[in-house]
Design a protein around this ligand. Sequence first.
Ligand code: DQA
Length: 151
Amino acid sequence: MSSKPVFVLNGPNLNMLGQREREVYGALTLAEVETRCRAHAAALGLAVDFRQTNSEGDLISWIHEARDKASGIAINAGAYTHTSVALHDALKAAELPAVEVHLTNVHKREAFRHKSLIAPAVNGVICGFGADSYLLAISALSSLVTSNKKV
Ligand code: DQA
């Protein structure tokens, strides 16, 4: 097991999973997504630090914290994905393996979701597989952490 956990960071409105637009985001709650992430990561020998906030500033502070305390970052930044230069800059500053995650296929949705400002600051993007997007991201991080491939 890596000595440092992977941080799985969730941004705005993801605390509403299971209630929010279920036809778009599905019926699972964020707590259920977290349980699946923990089980999947444990099977890969990784610990998970799973967090959610509605605040852009918290996400930025957590990414700064990750620089020392995490082995990698999976981030579903929610709508901040499409707006936040500050999150892009924080991910660059973290110098860690990082994966952008979305439950939905943002490219099949409204045009304003097609642009990600954080994509250039991560190793890769996984979207469109529901809660499995998180598990795929953790698998990708596991390989990146092993080979220490930073952004
Ligand atoms: C999302 C996609 C974003 O466009 C949206 O703002 C979200 C959720 C997803 O997981 O599919 O809040 O990140």
